[in-house]
Write a protein that binds this ligand. Sequence first.
Ligand SMILES: Nc1ncnc2c1ncn2[C@@H]1O[C@H](COP(=O)(O)OP(=O)(O)OP(=O)(O)O)[C@@H](O)[C@H]1O
Ligand SMILES: [Mg+2]
Length: 377
Amino acid sequence: MTTIGTEYEVVFVDQDGTVTPTLASGKSAGKVEVRNLESFADRICANARFAASLIEVKGPARCPTHVVVHLERQIISIDGKGLGADFWIRPETLVLIEADIHFGRSIRLVGPKGSGKTTFAQILAKVLGDVPFIKVDGTGIFKPKDLFGAESAENGSTKWVPSDLMLFIEQHRSSKQWPKAIVCLDEFSRMGHSMGPFHPLFDHTGQYSFTTTDGTIVIDGLKGFIFILTDNPVGPGYIGNQSLDSAMGDRVEEYEFTYPPPEWEIPWLVGKTKISETEAIHIVQVANEIRTLATEQAWDQGGPSPRRTLRSAEDVSIGKPMALAIGARIIARYPGGDAESPRLVIEQRLKSANLLNDRNSGIQAVVNVADIGAPKT
Ligand SMILES: Nc1ncnc2c1ncn2[C@@H]1O[C@H](COP(=O)(O)OP(=O)(O)OP(=O)(O)O)[C@@H](O)[C@H]1O
Ligand SMILES: [Mg+2]
């Protein structure tokens, strides 16, 4: 007998034996065709958000009435310290992101250049237990299909050549780890001219299909792949194609990233390099003036990242003059030249904020060092 269209009571039980409240109370498995119990169980497990296995069945084998599935569900909790003493993130943001990972939601991080969006995605993969990580650059992606491969002409016919992302997904889609992987789509809003085609990639089905010259390709098992989209804020200097449309915005959880606050950055610099607090304050004040300027003026380059302030502090820690350290590691990275140039605007701003007064060697030294072509990296 093949039973079609019978509804089954499915009770999901957590590892410790407690019934998962959201899934308990006789949640129906829907109308499923039961040819044999194994495939039925497979189907339930494949649709579960967590690694699952069948543990108990009541009722006739081909027409079970009660199925108990063991869910290997773990509540994701990321210890702030686990992120490493080297990374700052707002604690509230981290708490919400933990919930997102728990449920396999995609997230979008928006913040100025150098505020740590990409680095956060990488660190997250690491602290979640070295889950596989891949980063895809938005440049050159015009539609979602481009993410997964390209049509290439070969011997007079076209052939679908999968991208690294596609191979990565194939490799990890049956993983029982949660999350299965983290996929960082860098500069997401530069992808595509219309967001519409991207919507299905971020819906709840965990499945995405597209057509190629080789036929339709269906990617499933996407549940558990956390997509982390990163973007720079939309402003006068915005160079992306568009911001997210509302349907897309509704599909991903969005967080604003900012540069770390001085209360974090100053002791961080002191701790890492053993410079004095006064020296660290000077470097951070300079960086923050430039960060504000970069945002106000919508400079593509953004403000100095914590990596820049750290480089300055390292130089100071081995006895290099403050002016040289700031000049070479921070200011020289902005284009100089005419009166409108970022470097001169920076110089004026720092002068009026009294940050280029001679605490160590003074404004002239700072600007001159920058002008003689301090290293750019
Ligand atoms: N919040 C932070 N805490 C510690 N280090 C940070 C933080 N933000 C950025 N950094 C450091 O600054 C550097 C640049 O960061 P990252 O490239 O992740 O920024 P981003 O926001 O992705 O920038 P972009 O918009 O250019 O892609 C990295 O070396 C990173 O370690
Ligand atoms: Mg980035």
